[in-house]
Design a binder for this molecule. Structure first.
Ligand code: IPE
Ligand code: IPE
Ligand code: MG
Length: 229
């Protein structure tokens, strides 16, 4: 498997089950991110994409949004050294203009510093699949209007080239934790033929055993891509 993507869900429920504030669940969830990155290193997976914050998540209470953004900044500060040690390239995908200038500066500094590494950790921040596709459509329309793109040539390949990270292959497997059976606006275009795996494990509890179970399930799949067998 080249590309694993994860919808990290269930932080709030993990905290609520312990009588803790939801933000404690997010704090604990950051530890799972570290664990899973190590699992991917050991399993030789080239791309790990994590859904960390959706465009819809801005509608949560301000205190929770602020806490999540604070944790992100903390994660970047604490992980930068580790990213270098593990030779992992950090990339952020989403509507960057939504992020605070301070956080964006930090992100871009880490992205630049790690740009030379082959293995990639892609964090989806203020990400929405529909937002991504709409932005691509807008950019395509602008190019057509400017005369640099012939509308007759627009096809799936051209549209994919206008998405946030066109060089990244589609995810082979998408894991969702906490038992929810939906994509919640994650990678709508790229997920066309991704295998799906849902576990009841809440994200802060996700570890090597869950990772192994997901990969074992994936190994048994018959990916047909619509072709007969
Ligand atoms: C996932 O956990 C983290 C984010 C969506 C930011 P949730 O905060 O959605 O946790 P639940 O789903 O309410 O338990
Ligand atoms: C999806 O989880 C977004 C992230 C994991 C960042 P949500 O908790 O926001 O999704 P819904 O509300 O259950 O669909
Ligand atoms: Mg949730």
């Amino acid at each position: 498997m080249r590309h694993l993507a994860i919808i990290m869900d269930g932080n709030g429920r993990w905290a609520e089950a312990r009588g803790l504030p939801r933000t404690e669940g997010h704090r604990e969830g950051a530890k799972s991110v570290r664990r899973v990155l190590e699992c991917c290193q050991r399993a030789d997976i080239d791309y790990l994409t994590l859904y960390a914050f959706s465009v819809e998540n801005w509608k949560r209470p301000k205190a929770e949004v602020d806490a999540l953004m604070g944790l992100l900044a903390l994660y970047l500060n604490e992980e930068e050294k580790n990213l270098h040690e593990q030779r992992v390239r950090l990339r952020v995908m989403g509507r960057r203009t939504d992020l605070s200038p301070v956080l964006l500066d930090r992100i871009e500094a880490v992205e630049k510093a790690t740009a030379g590494y082959a293995r990639q950790l892609i964090l989806c921040l203020s990400y929405g699949g529909r937002t991504e596709i709409a932005a691509a459509a807008k950019a395509i329309a602008a190019a057509a209007k400017a005369g640099t793109l012939d509308p007759e040539t627009i096809d799936e390949r051209v549209l994919a080239d206008y998405l946030y990270l066109p060089d990244v292959p589609d995810p082979d497997l998408i894991i969702r934790t906490s038992g929810e059976l939906r994509l919640s606006n994650f990678l709508l275009w790229q997920a066309a033929y991704s295998e799906l795996y849902v576990t009841d494990t809440l994200w802060p509890d996700f570890g090597q055993a869950d990772f192994d179970a997901a990969l074992a399930s994936y190994a048994k799949r018959d990916r047909r891509f619509g072709t007969h067998r």
